[in-house]
Design a protein around this ligand. Structure first.
Ligand code: SAM
Length: 245
C-alpha cells in the first residue's frame, strides 16, 4: 500500500506516544498541533494511560475479550499490551492503520485487526468478530470507544451505543471518553479540526449512551480516573468512564 499523504489522528497520537508507526505527514501534523499547545503530547499520553488502567480494571473484574473501535496503532500500551492474556480485536476505518495493525500483530495469537466503521456497527467484520472474540461465548465483552466519539454527531454516538448494547452479552462494559470544551481555548486547533469536532459535557454524554449505565466512580477527568497520583496541572481535555450493561 502507498504511504498516505493525509495525516491520521491515530498515527498523530503514535508520534506523541513515542511510537514508530506513522508517516511524515502525521509527524508534520503532530508538530503543527504541538506548536499551538506544547502539552498535547502529554494530554494524549495521559489518555493512553487511562486506557491501560481501565482495561486492566475490567480484566481484574473477569473480562478477557475486548473489541476496540477507532483503535489507531496497536502499540505503546494499547489494550493487548495492557492485558496480555486477553483476546483483542482492534478495528478502524483507515486502511493504512488496518494494514500496519495487522503487521504489528502478526505474531500475536490472541489479537487481530480488522475493519469497522463506528458510524455503522453492522460493517464490523463478522468473521473477525467470531474468530477473535469467539462471539458464541456469552461471557461479557469489554468495548473500548476512546478518541473517536469526538468525531461523531450526537445521533451517531447514540446509534453506536445502542448497537453495542444489542451486541453485548449481559455484564459487558464500555470504556469511553469524551472531549470537554477545553479546546475552545485553542481556536487555531479547532479551525484545523473543523465542524466535525464535537465537544460535550459529561452529563450530556451519559444521556447519549443510554441504556448503558455509568459505573462508579462516574465520569472523571481521564488523568484522575482510578489514579491516585493524577497530573493535576494538566487542563481537562477529556473525561472518561466505564458503563455497564
Ligand atoms: C484519535 S484516534 C484514537 C486512537 C485510539 N483509540 C487511542 O485513543 O489512542 C481516532 C481513530 O479513529 C479512527 N476513526 C475515525 N473515524 C472512524 C469511524 N467512523 N469508525 C472507526 N474508526 C474511525 C481514525 O482512523 C483514528 O485511528
Amino acid at each position: 500500500m502507498d504511504v498516505p499523504v493525509i495525516p491520521n489522528t491515530g498515527r498523530i497520537l503514535d508520534v506523541w506516544l513515542g511510537g514508530q508507526h506513522h508517516t511524515s505527514a502525521d509527524h508534520e501534523a503532530a508538530q503543527l498541533f504541538s506548536g499551538i499547545y506544547e502539552r498535547f503530547p502529554e494530554v494524549f499520553q495521559t489518555l493512553r494511560q487511562y486506557i491501560v488502567r481501565a482495561s486492566q480494571q475490567l480484566h481484574q473484574q473477569g473480562i478477557d475479550r475486548f473489541l476496540v473501535l477507532g483503535a489507531g496503532i496497536p502499540s505503546c500500551g494499547n489494550v493487548h499490551e495492557a492485558v496480555p492474556n486477553a483476546r483483542v480485536l482492534y478495528t478502524d476505518i483507515d486502511p493504512y492503520n488496518i494494514e500496519l495493525g495487522k503487521q504489528l500483530l502478526e505474531n500475536t495469537s490472541r489479537a487481530d485487526y480488522s475493519y469497522c466503521d463506528a458510524n455503522d456497527f453492522s460493517t464490523c467484520d463478522k468473521d473477525a468478530l467470531r474468530q477473535v472474540l469467539e462471539t458464541s461465548d456469552t461471557s461479557p465483552i469489554g468495548y473500548v470507544v476512546v478518541g473517536i466519539t469526538v468525531f461523531m454527531r450526537d445521533e451517531a454516538v447514540s446509534a453506536l451505543f445502542q448497537s453495542l448494547y444489542e451486541h453485548a452479552p449481559a455484564g459487558s462494559r464500555v470504556i469511553f471518553d469524551l472531549d470537554s470544551h477545553a479546546l475552545s481555548h485553542f481556536p487555531e486547533a479547532l479551525a484545523i479540526l473543523g465542524d466535525n469536532f464535537h465537544m460535550r459535557t459529561p452529563e450530556d454524554f451519559a444521556t447519549l449512551i443510554q441504556p448503558w449505565r455509568v459505573s462508579e466512580p462516574g465520569i472523571q477527568p481521564v488523568q484522575s480516573w482510578n489514579n491516585h497520583q493524577p497530573n493535576t496541572d494538566l487542563p481537562v481535555f477529556m473525561y472518561g468512564g466505564i458503563a455497564k450493561k
